[in-house]
Write a protein that binds this ligand. Structure first.
Ligand code: HEC
Ligand code: HEC
Ligand code: HEC
Length: 441
């Protein structure tokens, strides 16, 4: 019996691995604007308030990011999510009766969003972050339901079946995944305490599903923690070829050096005086956080600042002008230093300081000093664009260097960046660059 149970569990985990590298190899952001024109006139003022509340919660949950394909209609689904064994497609969650969720009762909707069970009774792939949404209060789910039924325009667009081959296409093992890894859903409906930290925690752990990207995954590809465990929660995970980095209180690569105001500015405008959002985070800012209230962004910042360091270290980095002087006098003739001078210094400057709110700082940067260099290699290969937000309607871009620099040059260059101006992070190897180059092709 025990062996059978183990086999069942491991095949469950293997099928769990299907959605696996749901590692979100998604198509790029839709950034489709939410249509706020009246869809169905609400019958009472109370209904209208409820629908509006749901609209805001759908923004906080970033439902649009996954449920809208590139250039497609909002919430009509069809976004491709790659997994190593095939493609998964997000579904149509507009209130269309035939192809969407128009005939879903409140219970059907709640079952899908918080329990991971479709109306047909099959389990959903955890690419739908129901393990996080389980934390959402019942009254907020009611508001979301009111919005999806009355505030979203119905779109007739059939769902695509996942391109996963049998036997991995069988969904029943996902039931075991749910039993093993999804938490119990919230039943307590009392209001969240007025304390911003409590509100921030509710948003981060629940609708914000920040940990779906920012928490490392375990052997069953489950998040290692769904709530603050003092260690793994939000300590960093690789998603879609980027490191969704450590958001805990570490000095070097966490948020210890960020003020609450920095965090709010980042989530609202996509940039701070020293950093800029890129990769999956640029999409989160575009579709979700820039539309949230200042009070909620402040709550998120206050909560993140309560997280203790993942590695327990409190050592800070200190600025060091040696690399700046060596670049200015030409005394450092290494391949890393010269590659930096030729390709990067025009924007990021010889002191690594960049330009305020335009080109991010590389010196003492939390992005540069992460243990895992995946994001740095990725952005050097592919470049990036600072998101154009309501609070900062300007666009700056960094070109990609994949066509120009070989693996050796990029390894030397990043090793130079990670050991200059006071930075202190491990050297980058040629094989690490080669791996990311293949992954992001
Ligand atoms: C990270 C990506 C992602 C986000 C964010 C996301 N979803 Fe999903 N959702 C999916 C995927 C993928 C599926 C289909 C899963 C499957 O086929 O097993 C899905 C399925 C669903 C379903 C089941 C639909 C059906 O046909 O039975 C509902 C309802 C749903 N999502 C609602 C929501 C709502 C509401 C939000 C925002 C609060 C949301 N989703 C946010 C990826 C996401
Ligand atoms: C789709 C995946 C994804 C989700 C969901 C996500 N992030 Fe991120 N986040 C990233 C990636 C990738 C980075 C690294 C790139 C960058 O710095 O912009 C990042 C970076 C950040 C940074 C910058 C930290 C630094 O030191 O540079 C902050 C702050 C942040 N995220 C907060 C959040 C919060 C709060 C949430 C939830 C509301 C969230 N993220 C949800 C992917 C994600
Ligand atoms: C034309 C100006 C320009 C050049 C040249 C340039 N960058 Fe950038 N860099 C930027 C901009 C703009 C961003 C923000 C991109 C974003 O948010 O997507 C950025 C972001 C970065 C980041 C992420 C920092 C953070 O906190 O978000 C790193 C690391 C980086 N660049 C390294 C380099 C390296 C190494 C080179 C040389 C190979 C280089 N850049 C060349 C403009 C430039």
């Amino acid at each position: 019996m025990k062996r059978i149970a183990t086999t069942v569990l491991s095949s469950a985990l293997f099928a769990g691995a299907a959605w696996a590298t749901f590692a979100f190899a998604q198509e790029p952001a839709s950034a489709a604007a939410v249509d706020t024109s009246i869809v169905k006139p609400a019958s009472t003022a109370a209904d209208e308030v409820q629908i509006e509340k749901g609209r805001y919660l759908a923004v906080a949950g970033d439902c649009i990011a996954c449920h809208t394909s590139k250039g497609g209609k909002p919430f009509a689904g069809g976004l491709t999510i790659d997994s190593p064994i095939g493609k998964i497609y997000s579904t149509n969650i507009t209130p269309d009766k035939e192809t969407g969720i128009g005939d879903y009762t409140f219970e059907d909707f709640d079952n899908a969003v918080r329990h991971g069970i479709a109306k047909s009774g099959v389990s959903l792939y955890p690419a739908m972050p129901y393990a996080s949404y389980a934390k959402v209060k019942p009254s907020d789910i009611r508001a979301l339901y009111a919005y999806f039924m009355n505030g979203v325009r119905p779109v007739s667009q059939a769902n695509k079946a996942a391109d996963i081959r049998w036997p991995l296409s069988m969904r029943w093992p996902l039931r075991f995944w749910r039993m093993a890894f999804a938490p119990d859903v919230a039943t307590n409906d009392s209001p969240i305490a007025a304390d911003p930290v409590a509100r921030g925690r509710y948003l981060v752990e629940g609708l914000g599903h920040c940990s779906a990207c920012h928490t490392p995954r375990g052997f069953g590809l489950q998040e290692q923690a769904l709530t603050n465990d003092g260690k793994a929660f939000l300590s960093g995970g690789v998603i879609d070829g980027y490191l969704a980095k450590n958001l805990r209180g570490d000095r070097k690569d966490g948020l210890a050096s960020w003020t609450e105001a920095d965090i709010v500015a980042f989530l609202k405008s996509g940039r701070t005086a020293h950093s800029a959002a890129f990769g999956g985070m640029a999409e989160v800012v575009l579709d979700s956080t820039q539309h949230m209230t200042d009070a909620d962004l402040q709550a998120i910042a206050a909560y993140l600042k309560t997280l203790t360091p993942a590695d327990g270290s409190t050592k800070a980095l200190t600025a060091d002008a040696a690399a700046y002087r060596a670049l200015r006098t030409g005394s450092d003739r290494s391949n890393g230093a010269l590659t930096f001078l030729d390709n990067c210094a025009a924007c990021h400057r010889t002191g690594g300081s960049g330009y305020d709110r335009t080109f991010p700082t590389l010196a003492l940067s939390t992005v540069v000093n992460t243990e895992d260099p995946t994001s740095l290699i990725h952005i050097v290969l592919k470049g990036g664009e600072v998101p154009w937000t309501k609070a900062a309607p300007t666009h700056y871009a960094m070109p990609g260097f994949d066509w120009r620099l070989n693996d050796r040059d990029i390894a030397d260059l990043l090793t130079f960046v990670r050991s200059s101006w006071g930075n202190h992070a491990p050297a980058v190897t040629e094989s690490q660059v080669a791996k990311v180059r293949t992954a992001v092709k």
